[in-house]
Ligand binder design. Structure first.
Ligand SMILES: Nc1nc2c(ncn2[C@@H]2O[C@H](COP(=O)(O)OP(=O)(O)OP(=O)(O)O)[C@@H](O)[C@H]2O)c(=O)[nH]1
Ligand SMILES: [Mg+2]
Ligand SMILES: [Zn+2]
Length: 317
């Protein structure tokens, strides 16, 4: 039986992996794909976002949440891939890693597992690089490792970037001299999943990322005042600066529809109105941060919730 190609999408926190993945899926609706999305926070939101874009995707999406696929979730990944093997129909697998993952240990597991190595091959490692945040992200070792091992760099948010692309390209090339670097609008979305089996070396360097980044997930029930929330979030991001690496949330709002909100470092992206979601889950927020006490973030949220003058039932993960 022919081996199944496996594409890995990586890139630092909030660099646009899920958005890129949904664009790949929209352009490859004719293929039988299986998707594995890994999220660092205890509460995973990316599958809800993906389901907005692609009808009937839910049954083909596996969510690995509450840990990172390069370290404490690696065995789960191996198990999930073995499970997929039972479904003979799958043509291609796409894995979205967490923004902190080092792809090397993942490749190591795929190439050395006695079962997986006979059934899968790593087609390409695609790394999203966020044009708006690239220079801050490259301060983090995880972002540099992701670029170093990549086969192709996808420059995201290029339409929002007003600086010099050459500067980004030179900086990225310093971390991987041979990699192909393409702005996302030049990606051939039909061709991106074409199988290309090449001999891949088993990575020697398999450092796991440092344990200095934390996540806080907050779920709560009750309608949320969208204007008050956006003021609170802006002030919180202003206060903590680059210590809050990523925030994402799905909010049950008083506007009459749920809203997905994202920030990457200090940039808050335009909110997205969701068409479908699971209302029973209520509102969910995920923060990924370093050098902040979890309790401080939580305290700030509680003060904000109190300001709403309505009863919100909070659960913390
Ligand atoms: N304008 C624009 N916005 C983008 C692009 N890619 C991503 N975004 C926005 O950036 C934010 C983060 O995008 P995601 O796709 O969730 O990023 P991610 O890398 O999957 O994030 P994590 O999984 O949390 O690490 C969202 O608000 C997206 O809408 C892009 O190419 N252009
Ligand atoms: Mg994502
Ligand atoms: Zn990891």
């Amino acid at each position: 039986m022919a081996k199944i190609p496996l594409t890995i999408i990586t890139g630092f926190l909030g660099s646009g992996k899920t958005t890129f993945l949904s664009e790949i899926l929209q352009n490859n609706a004719d293929k039988k794909l299986s998707i594995i999305v890994n999220e660092f926070g205890e509460v995973g939101l990316d599958n809800t976002i993906l389901n907005q874009a692609i009808y009937h995707l839910q049954e083909r999406t596996i969510l690995l949440q509450g840990g990172c696929v390069c370290c404490n979730k690696r065995e789960d990944l191996v198990l999930q891939l073995k499970e997929i093997l039972n479904n003979a129909d799958i043509e291609h697998i796409i894995i979205e890693t967490t923004g902190l993952a080092n792809p090397a240990p993942i490749i190591f597991s795929l190439l050395t597992d006695s079962v997986l190595q006979h059934h899968f091959f790593v087609n390409e490692i695609l790394t999203c690089v966020d044009c708006l945040n690239v220079f801050s992200h490259l301060q983090q070792e995880e972002a540099r490792l992701q670029i170093a091992i990549s086969d192709k760099i996808v420059l995201t948010k290029q339409e929002l970037f007003e600086g010099d692309f050459e500067e980004i390209i030179n900086c990225v090339a310093n971390h991987n001299a041979f990699v192909e670097i393409l702005p996302k609008n030049r990606i051939d979305f039909k061709d991106i999943l074409t199988p290309r089996e090449t001999k891949r070396l088993i990575p020697l360097q398999r450092n796991l990322h440092q344990d200095t980044t934390y996540s806080l997930s907050i779920s709560f029930q009750g309608l949320l005042d969208w204007s008050v929330f956006s003021i609170w979030l802006s002030m919180l991001l202003y206060k903590y600066g680059e210590k809050i690496l990523r925030f994402k949330g799905i909010l049950d709002t008083n506007e009459g529809y749920p809203i997905a909100i994202n920030s990457v470092l200090h940039i808050i992206h335009p909110p997205l109105h969701l068409k479908t979601w699971d209302k029973e889950r209520g509102s969910e927020l995920v923060f990924i941060f370093k050098d902040i006490h979890k309790e401080d973030l939580l305290e700030s949220f509680k003060v904000f919730a109190h300001l709403l003058q309505q009863k919100v039932v909070i659960s913390i993960h």
